[in-house]
Design a protein around this ligand. Structure first.
Ligand SMILES: Cc1ncc(COP(=O)(O)O)c(C=O)c1O
Length: 380
C-alpha cells in the first residue's frame, strides 16, 4: 500500500482539460495581475457563500492581516484566539502589532472553548479570532454572544473550512434571535469578516498561494481592497501602508474551475470520515472525531492516548500510509512566544495525542477501509 497524507495529482487529472484551458486563456489575454478572472472569482464566491463582498489576496496569512486591519485592529490591541492552530493565526495578529491572547480549546472539538473567553477579556481586548479547525465550525453562537456583550470584532479564520456551514452549537440556552440569524450560514460570513486560504491542500485549493477576505460590511471591504494593493484604490493615491497581496489571475482562473466542485468534494470528505469512524469506533486508546453537522473535514484527526501515538505512526508508515501531526507544538510554546504565556493544558495534551490520517476527496472508500483496518489490527 502507498497512500500519502494528501495527493493533488488525481484531482488535476480529473479536471485537466478545463484547467489547462483556463490557464491558456489567461496566458492569451496577458492580464496576469487583477485580470478578469479575479473579479469573476470574487463575484462567484460571494454568491456561493451568500456574502456581500469577497476580496482575494495572495495568501490566507495576508487575508488574516488584512481582515484584522480592515475591522480596525491597531497595534497594542488584544485579540483572543486559540493556541491550537497553524502558526499563521497568531502570526497575523502579532505582525500587525496586536497581541494574541490565547484561550484554551475544547478537547472534543479542538476549537476555542467559549466558556473560557470571558476570563481572558481585558480593557485592551478588541477582537476574537476563532479558527474553524480541521473544517469543524467553532461555536459561533457563544462567540458572537460574547462579542456583542463586550463590543468586540470577530475575525473568522476559515483557512480550513471553505464550504462549512454553521449549523448551531446544540445548546438550547443560546439567545434565539442570534441563533436564527447565524444558523445555516457559511463560516466566514457570520463574524465581521472571514479569512480563507487557497493553499493547494485546502478544501478549495489553488496551484500556489492564495487567500480571501469576505465581509458584509462595505467599509471593511473597501479597506481590505485598499490594503491588498499598497493602501490605494486609485493608482498613486496611497492612503495607508498596505501590502502587495493580490491573487494571481492564473490562480483565480484555476479556482473558478474548482469552485463548482467544492460541495461534492466536501461531501466526499464527510463520507470518508464516516467510514473511518465506523471502523475505528470503540478501539481502546483511540478517540475518533464526532461528525457534527457542517464539518467539512479538512483533516480527519484522531487522538491516540497513553503515549501510543508514535507506535501507531510507525505501524502506518511501515504499511506505506502517510500521517501528519497537526499540530505538534501549541502556539504559546513555539520559540517565538515561549515564556510569554501561561500553560494551556488541553492544547498541550492534544499536541501529544493528535494524529491526522489521509483524507482527500479522490480517496476511495475501499482505501479508507484498508487504512482503518491497519489501525484496528494494530490495536488488537
Ligand atoms: C488555520 C490556518 N490559518 C491560516 C493559514 C494561513 O494560510 P496561508 O498558508 O494561505 O497563508 C493556514 C494555512 O495553513 C491555516 O491552516
Amino acid at each position: 500500500m502507498r497512500i500519502p497524507i494528501f495527493d493533488l495529482k488525481e484531482q488535476y487529472r480529473q479536471l485537466a482539460t478545463e484547467i489547462d484551458r483556463a490557464i491558456a486563456n489567461v496566458l492569451q489575454t496577458g492580464q496576469f495581475i487583477l485580470g478578469a478572472d479575479v473579479q469573476l472569482l470574487e463575484q462567484e464566491i460571494s454568491e456561493y457563500l451568500g456574502v456581500k463582498y469577497a476580496i482575494t489576496t495572495n495568501s490566507g496569512t495576508d487575508a488574516l492581516m488584512i481582515g484584522l486591519r480592515s475591522v480596525g485592529i491597531v497595534p497594542g490591541d488584544e485579540v483572543i484566539t486559540t493556541p491550537f492552530s497553524f502558526f499563521a493565526t497568531a502570526e497575523a495578529i502579532s505582525n500587525i502589532g496586536a497581541v494574541p491572547v490565547f484561550v484554551d480549546v475544547d478537547p472534543l472539538t479542538f476549537n476555542i472553548d467559549p466558556r473560557q473567553i470571558r476570563a481572558a477579556i481585558s480593557s485592551k481586548t478588541r477582537a476574537i479570532l476563532p479558527v474553524h479547525l480541521f473544517g469543524r465550525p467553532a461555536n459561533l453562537t457563544e462567540i458572537m454572544m460574547i462579542a456583542q456583550e463586550y463590543n468586540l470584532k470577530v475575525i473568522e479564520d476559515c483557512a480550513q473550512s471553505f464550504g462549512a456551514k454553521y449549523l448551531g452549537c446544540g445548546n438550547c440556552s443560546c439567545e434565539p434571535t442570534l441563533r436564527s440569524q447565524i444558523q445555516g450560514k457559511y463560516t466566514g460570513t457570520i463574524g465581521d469578516c472571514g479569512a480563507f486560504s487557497f493553499f493547494p491542500t485546502k478544501n478549495l485549493g489553488a496551484y500556489g498561494d492564495g487567500g480571501l477576505v469576505v465581509t458584509n460590511d462595505a467599509q471593511v471591504a473597501e479597506t481590505a481592497r485598499k490594503l491588498r494593493v499598497h493602501g490605494s484604490i486609485s493608482k498613486y493615491q496611497n492612503e495607508m501602508l498596505g501590502y502587495n497581496s493580490r491573487l494571481d489571475t492564473l490562480q483565480a482562473a484555476i479556482l473558478r474551475v474548482k469552485l463548482p466542485h467544492v460541495a461534492t468534494w466536501n461531501l466526499k470528505r464527510r463520507e470518508i470520515a464516516h467510514t473511518y469512524n465506523q471502523i475505528l469506533q470503540g478501539i481502546p486508546d483511540i478517540i475518533t472525531p464526532s461528525i457534527s453537522d457542517g464539518h467539512v473535514f479538512h483533516q480527519y484527526t484522531i487522538r491516540v492516548l497513553h503515549g501510543k501515538r508514535q507506535a501507531l505512526i510507525d505501524r502506518l508508515h511501515k504499511e506505506g500510509i502517510g500521517t501528519m501531526i497537526y499540530y505538534p507544538v501549541p502556539l504559546h510554546l513555539l520559540p517565538v512566544y515561549c515564556g510569554q504565556y501561561p500553560p494551556f493544558p488541553v492544547a498541550e495534551q492534544l499536541a501529544q495525542e493528535v494524529l491526522s490520517l489521509p483524507i482527500y476527496p479522490e480517496l476511495s472508500v475501499e482505501t479508507i477501509r484498508e487504512i482503518a483496518y491497519v489501525i484496528k489490527n494494530w490495536a488488537d
